[in-house]
Write a protein that binds this ligand. Structure first.
Ligand code: TXA
Ligand code: MG
Length: 308
């Protein structure tokens, strides 16, 4: 899509007027608004039905833009350079907020930290370059429900919303969130960038959040849930369950996240297939075991929250 594409300009005009649009990213679609405008932020919380104590991620088109809104330690700079530029991956950093910046406090839920991510979808990048300011964008779904990985999913949840159609999301699961406000980085949400990659880059271990070290109010809630009851790690479904398979052992599954057993393929199919399962004939969903490796860690994290 070229720089002067009319759809892109229309999205930009809507944002400038303080309203919100559906924005494609490589992970999932976002419900995007001006990160410096409390009114736009309020619309996002209201449309999603999201509690306002759960802060939003600020999306930027460059490290320079990010540095206006957050303080980067030497380590944070290394991580950002690497995963935002050298070897792009879906990574959100939680950093000390620059208190002099114009970031909406509402979007930060009043915390003295700020979550920042540089997406890698060309349309998102062009939109931010054109808009010139960070866009806050939670996943474009009604709060706690399944995330959207194509424009039609967003249009279903938010009829009448202007959605910039960037095709199906390639990664399919939300970004990895890493807290870098203390000496030791901490994984706050699993995603496409793995803990081991960050450890290898920094040469130091990273921590993982537990029930005891929650630092964002939104971290433990039930999330990513289909409407139907869900059971996980199932090999043999009950008669009232449709099975979502993984790998070659499930010829009778309703559908299969990756018949060849690839966790990356499974991640990119995950939310779209879960939405299909919500519309399948049987009243309950069962999901086959997914290996806890690579993106399988992030898939299992989403499944655990869905059953919580
Ligand atoms: O891939 C993604 O990250 C997608 C796309 C649209 O960019 N966005 C996304 O946003 O998943 P959302 O709102 O669904 O999830 C944001 C998470 C929430 O769990 C929130 O609690 C956490 O980020 N968060 C935001 N600000 C934070 C902060 N200052 N400290 C800790 N966690 C924060
Ligand atoms: Mg979400």
């Amino acid at each position: 899509m070229s720089q002067d594409h009319p759809l892109l300009q229309r999205a930009c005009d809507i944002l400038k007027a303080g309203h919100v649009v559906g924005m494609p990213t490589e992970t999932v679609y976002g419900l995007a608004g001006d990160g410096t405008n409390d009114q736009a932020v309020t619309q996002i919380y209201t449309l999603k039905g999201r509690p306002s104590f759960n802060p939003l991620i600020f999306h930027v088109n460059s490290l320079e833009m990010a540095q206006q809104f957050a303080h980067f330690s030497k380590e944070a700079l290394r991580v950002a350079h690497y995963f935002w530029e050298t070897n792009p991956g879906p990574l959100t950093l939680v950093l000390p907020r620059n208190e002099k910046s114009a970031a909406s406090l509402l979007a930060c839920a009043g915390l003295d930290t700020i979550a920042i991510r540089r997406p890698h979808h060309p349309l998102a990048m062009e939109l931010m370059t054109r808009f010139g300011k960070p866009l806050v964008a939670p996943s474009a779904n009604i709060s706690n429900q399944l995330s959207p990985t194509q424009a039609a999913d967003v249009e279903k949840d938010f009829p009448g919303l202007y959605v910039l159609d960037g095709g199906a999301c390639t990664v399919g699961l939300e970004s990895t969130i890493v807290g870098m406000t203390h000496d030791t980085p901490i994984i706050l949400r699993h995603g496409g960038v793995l803990a081991q990659q960050i450890e290898a880059l920094l040469g130091q271990p990273v921590e993982h959040y537990t029930h005891d070290n929650i630092i964002a109010p939104g971290m433990m809630k039930k999330h990513y849930a289909p409407r139907k009851p869900l059971r996980i790690d199932v090999d043999e479904p009950d008669v009232d369950e449709d099975l979502l398979g993984f790998g070659q052992n499930y010829p009778h599954a309703f559908s299969n996240l990756s018949p060849k057993g690839c966790v990356t393929e499974a991640a990119s199919n995950f939310f779209a297939f879960m939405r299909q399962m919500d519309g399948s004939p049987k009243p309950k969903i069962a999901v086959a075991p997914i290996p806890h490796e690579g993106l399988g860690i992030a898939i299992n994290d989403r499944l655990l929250r869905a059953v919580s």
